[in-house]
Design a protein around this ligand. Structure first.
Ligand code: CS2
Length: 483
């Protein structure tokens, strides 16, 4: 079977959509860090739409360490096929990525791209851990990559170090800055990123830091689209249904949403015309999505894995589990959201539950369970803290946190891989677990990067967590009934 490439585009099946613009003529105006599946399902799709309306919105996609994406996409002219999963799958070739860079080997080319005046937007999906932040949201100068970049600012290894060096070159050259758009699931993502970039710049040059604070825009965003990792089944399907083989196709649900704070320091596409919402206040969307989608997603990931399910849809087919998640959303999470924001929360909740239950999407719980120590603080702890402050019970909210602890403990016991930036510390804690809820919870509470004192010091939270942890000792079914 021939492989996807510009030359082979005419061999695609007629119903596969393809770039409806002159790709050769489109200049690179965007640099993206972290060319994983979510970026290729989401932002690259939106810039593909922008390109169809005209303008230089092609992308240079860079991975700071791994060369996998570059090596897979370059031989196919950086094209790939996006499968939109619904009752009927739609296929579409995305052409917005024109350049792929990777690893320290391409560092010079990447920094040149960042310095190039044609680059007007820089986006990123590097996951929570890629920001190198401490629990309080500030830049972690003890992080090995940040320490490296403080000592070697011209040869950075971290995302933040690259942004600082790119901006420093523009500052020196008198070039307008690019807008920096974080597309990761962090509360107040742009705000945190802006502070981190300014903090690292400050270590080098106070003038640069002041310029960053005054002139560089870091809009906050909310990004949403369920994107299961690529598997062989998708590769096989794409080849047979699109007519060309693709080294790395991408799949996602058809639903996709991007909300960006209307704060730019350089030109931008006509976002509204391509379905992107610009708003002065992202926080209502951002909080609603992180708390009502990602929080319950992690809840399903840990409780569902402990119950022996493999996918989100399978976990949702368990009426007890689905019922618990629904109540958690309506009764425990919704009261913490801005009721004035004009969001119809019951409808939003129903739509999310329907998306989770979609049997056409095989979304592995193990994928969502990754990086729990970095995800839970954004997804659940904010809600828990606000419920505690309101004097409300946190028994339900404690259950997914306890399930995460049990999940870690099970990994420590059976020796299977735990994917988490704190894997080593977590496995040590997991191995030391007994069956004494108080002792086990205390072990996890020693992780002050994960649990802030406001949580570890709260007697009501601690009691709820210990109770939930003990209940889970009798299995998920019993815990759901007992909670
Ligand atoms: C998921 C998210 O893997 C995960 O942790 O919760 O990737 C989720 O699918 C997206 O945020 C949906 O927009």
């Amino acid at each position: 079977m021939p492989t996807l490439s510009i030359t082979n585009l005419p061999l695609l099946r007629a119903d596969v959509a393809r770039p409806a613009y002159d790709r050769d003529a489109a200049g690179i105006g965007v640099v993206h860090f972290g060319p994983g599946a979510f970026f290729r399902a989401h932002q690259a799709f939106f810039f593909d739409e922008a390109l169809a309306k005209g303008g230089n919105w092609a992308i240079c996609a860079a991975a700071l360490r791994s060369t996998e994406v570059r090596d897979a996409l370059r031989p196919q002219d950086n094209l790939y096929i996006l499968a939109e999963l619904e009752r009927e799958t739609r296929y579409r070739v995305i052409g917005s990525i024109k350049e792929t860079l990777a690893g320290p080997g391409d560092r010079a080319a990447l920094l040149d791209r960042l310095a190039n005046p044609d680059t007007v937007i820089v986006t990123m999906t590097v996951t929570e851990k890629g920001y190198c932040l401490k629990g309080d949201g500030s830049l972690d100068f003890d992080h090995a990559d940040i320490a490296h970049d403080v000592a070697n600012p011209l040869h950075p290894v971290s995302l933040i170090g690259h942004l600082v060096e790119g901006l420093r070159r523009r500052f020196k050259a008198g070039t307008a800055p690019f807008t920096v758009i974080s597309c990761d699931n962090l509360v107040d993502n742009g705000h945190k990123l802006g502070r981190a970039v300014a903090a690292l710049a400050e270590r080098q040059d106070a003038g640069l830091a002041a310029w960053v604070r005054e002139h560089v825009a870091f809009p906050r965003t909310m990004v949403d689209s369920i994107t299961p990792a690529t598997d062989d089944a998708l590769r096989v399907r794409v080849a047979s249904e699109a007519g060309l083989s693709d080294n790395w196709p991408i799949q996602r649900e058809r639903f996709t949403q991007w909300v960006i704070e209307d704060k730019f320091c350089n030109i931008r596409p006509d976002f509204a015309s391509i379905g992107v919402t610009l708003t002065t206040d992202v926080s209502a969307y951002d909080r609603a999505k992180l708390r009502l989608l990602n929080g319950p997603h992690s809840t399903l990931a840990y409780l569902g894995s402990l119950a022996g399910y493999e996918t989100v849809a399978e976990a949702m087919a368990d009426a007890d589990l689905a019922g618990f998640v629904r109540r958690l959303m309506l009764e425990d999470i919704r009261p913490t959201l801005n009721q004035e924001a004009g969001i119809d929360y019951p409808a939003y909740i129903d739509a999310i539950l329907a998306r989770f239950a979609n049997p056409g999407i095989r979304h592995l719980l193990s994928q969502i369970a990754w990086d729990g120590s970095a995800k839970l603080p954004f997804r659940l702890f904010g809600t828990i803290r606000e419920r505690l402050a309101a004097g409300a019970p946190v028994d339900h909210l404690a259950l997914p946190v306890a399930a995460w602890m049990r999940f870690v403990r099970a990994k420590a016991a059976d020796g299977t891989k735990l994917t988490d930036p704190l894997a080593e510390a977590l496995l040590t804690i997991g191995r030391a677990c007994t069956n004494d809820a108080h002792r086990d919870v205390s072990g996890f509470f020693t992780l002050d990067q994960v649990f802030p004192p406001a949580l570890t010091g709260d007697a009501a939270f601690r009691a709820a967590l210990e109770r939930a942890y003990a209940l889970l000792g009798g299995g998920v079914k019993a815990a759901l009934q007992g909670i």
